[in-house]
Design a binder for this molecule. Structure first.
Ligand SMILES: [Mg+2]
Length: 627
């Protein structure tokens, strides 16, 4: 690599309190670049920063001119602070945005736009991006010496572009609102407060936390004592924010911050990372790791209890909880900047253990988290690589054994050999928008197959397709279903969408509206995994669904578990009154089927009839049934 970025705090000569980096190239002058946002707050330092890079770049590359043009109006407050080569322009007159975006997607950051033969100069243009939006360009004008800019010149310009870009992004995210305040009151205290403290709760922010972690980590190592980092994430906070609004959510966050201050020792350090995430750094708990662990655990449990006490709002009590992940430090093979990630991983485990829990980080957990990340990364390209495929499980009428439909189930063949279980990859997809793409792919592929069966004379009465909560709540959900129906020629009357109860618990009105829209064109709905989550009868009553699917966990222990049998009986009785058909999932034995028959259950699916089959085998299965 030609340009190397590395931390060289001993060579920094501007200020000592900031992170500073030096861009170094074997053949270019050293250029000092400051990377933290705080450096951009003060006018002098901001201009100084840009001056430093621009002047050094001009000198090193023998440039006539460097021009940084911002396309955006995001930085209004910044404009008066800009040095003369930093201007704001209207993007439409200056540059073709699509062209720039394309450049960006192909990772060619630098582009030669023209060459003036007479002067043997080149214009290099580097687009600046804030996330995916092009917010400006840097024009380097007049790179001399040869016809084609050398690779050193290109990578140097590239690196500068990336550094500037990164600073814009940080600034946009974190201090945009701060800047307008700074132009009116430019006191040092104000800079400090904005840069290091969370404006809502007054707790330290991520930046100050990172610095403190670094210091305390080194101290703990030096003094051979053990400390702990607690990562706190509120449970059910989103529900309050969504239903009662951000103002109420903010009041709760302030109250949580106050409660957090009550329990730790005065020397412990509390920060808010953002959203509903808080961190407490407990330095120097004990010389003995076991004692340190006990202390941290006790404190974490007290914190959960305190946070879980009700919050009063307009005379009513609101309830939230907290999940806490803990990591101890220092430990072998651990660096200061691993702490947050480790505690976050442990917090994630605490959440999946059922919320309001404390979980300590261990190496096994890290391996699990790494594996999840690996699966997520592979899954991102699974559709493009044609690695997903469908199996179909037949559904039968309990009384007659006739086939009533099939449920499409997604499967994933990673690479040539490895079959990844849906139980493993679906939850990972569901945590991200990946599930939306996968869901649409499944719907498309299943409908296409269904239409193909019809063309082959294979008569399947109905196709059931699972829709995840995230996919259902996507604003394009209804349109995407209509598009698939249109594209594939699938008859909506034969399509049944399986949703879970959680779809209705959040945003009930919106859910009912979407379901009604699709129901009006003939699509039917089933409530999947019924009984496994929170069942709210008042919502259920209003749902435009036709069918309940009893979760397999209630079926599997029939006829040995009396209470499961009682639950199934009760669900069937209730469904009958409410006018729902019921499908029992996971039926594996004759006794189970006999029981369902006695209880007048309508449909079933499960290994007793057939495991999920490939499209070809399903066609054979149906032909065999139909004699
Ligand atoms: Mg299902």
């Amino acid at each position: 690599m030609i340009i190397e970025l590395y931390n060289m705090s001993d060579k920094c000569n501007i200020t000592t309190s900031h992170d500073e980096f030096v861009a170094k190239s074997a053949q270019l002058n050293h250029v000092l670049l400051q990377l933290t946002v705080i450096d951009w707050c003060g006018t002098d330092e901001f201009v100084g920063f840009v001056d430093d890079i621009v002047n050094e770049t001009k000198k090193s590359l023998r440039l006539v001119d460097v021009n940084i043009q911002l396309f955006t109006d995001t930085f209004d407050d910044l404009i008066p602070l800009l040095p003369r080569y930093l201007t704001r322009v209207n993007p439409n007159h200056v540059f073709n945005m699509a062209e720039l975006s394309q450049l960006h997607s192909h990772c060619e950051v630098v582009r030669i736009i023209e060459k003036d033969d007479f002067l043997t100069t080149h214009n290099l243009t580097i687009p600046l991006f804030n996330h995916n939006d092009c917010i400006g360009v840097i024009n380097f004008n007049g790179v001399i010496e040869s016809d084609i800019p050398s690779s050193i010149t290109l990578s140097f310009c590239c690196a500068i572009g990336k550094l500037i870009q990164r600073n814009f992004r940080l600034m946009d995210n974190e201090l945009c609102s701060g800047l307008s305040m700074l132009t009116t009151s430019q006191s040092q205290d104000e800079f400090h407060r904005l840069a290091f403290f969370d404006s809502l709760t007054g707790l330290a922010n991520r930046r100050l936390l990172n610095q403190t972690i670094e210091t305390q980590y080194q101290l703990a190592k030096k003094n051979q004592v053990v400390g702990a980092l607690l990562f706190i994430d509120l449970d059910f906070f989103k529900a309050i924010n969504d239903s009662l609004g951000h103002a109420v959510g903010d009041c709760i966050l302030v109250e949580v911050a106050e409660r957090l201050k009550e329990i730790p020792r005065s020397e412990d350090f509390i920060a808010r990372l953002g959203g509903d995430e808080f961190v407490i750094l407990l330095a120097d708990l004990s010389e003995n790791p076991m004692h340190a662990e006990q202390h941290a655990n006790l404190l974490a449990e007290q914190l959960i209890e305190r946070i879980s006490q009700p919050y009063l709002y307009k005379g009513q009590s609101l309830y939230i909880g907290a999940s806490i992940g803990v990591t101890l430090f220092p430990s072998k093979d651990q660096h200061a900047d691993d702490l947050l990630k480790q505690a976050d991983t442990a917090m994630y485990q605490a959440k999946s253990n059922g919320r309001k829990k404390v979980s300590f980080f261990n190496v096994k957990m890290q391996r699990k988290a790494d594996k999840r990340l690996h699966i997520y990364n592979c899954l991102k390209s699974a559709i493009a690589k044609n690695e997903l495929f469908l199996h179909y499980q037949p559904q039968h009428i309990v009384n007659t054994g006739e086939i009533i439909g099939v449920e499409a189930l997604v499967r994933w063949h990673l690479g040539a050999e490895q079959l990844i279980s849906p139980a493993e990859f679906i939850p990972i997809a569901e945590e991200t928008d990946l599930i939306i793409d996968i869901g649409i792919w499944v719907l498309q592929a299943a409908c296409r197959q269904f239409v193909e069966w019809q063309a082959q004379g294979v008569e399947v009465p109905q196709l059931s397709v699972n829709v995840s909560t995230r996919q259902f709540h996507d604003q394009n959900f209804v349109d995407s279903v209509l598009m698939v129906l249109d594209e594939t020629g699938m008859d909506p009357m034969q399509l049944n969408l399986e949703i879970t109860e959680s779809v209705v618990i959040e945003h009930a009105e919106e859910a009912i509206r979407k379901m009604t829209d699709l129901k009006n064109i003939g699509v039917s709905f089933a409530v999947d995994d019924f009984g496994a989550g929170y069942s709210s009868l008042s919502y259920l009553k209003r749902l435009p669904a036709n069918e309940l699917k009893i979760d397999r966990s209630f079926i599997q222990n029939i006829p040995y578990n009396v209470s499961d049998m009682a639950i199934v009986e009760a669900v069937l009785a209730m469904a009958k009154h409410m006018g729902f058909n019921v499908t029992a999932e996971g039926v594996e034995s004759r006794q189970q089927l006999e029981f369902l028959k006695r209880q007048h259950c309508s449909f079933y699916q499960g290994f007793y009839a057939s495991k999920p089959l490939s499209a070809e085998h399903l066609a054979l299965y149906i032909k065999r049934l139909q004699g």
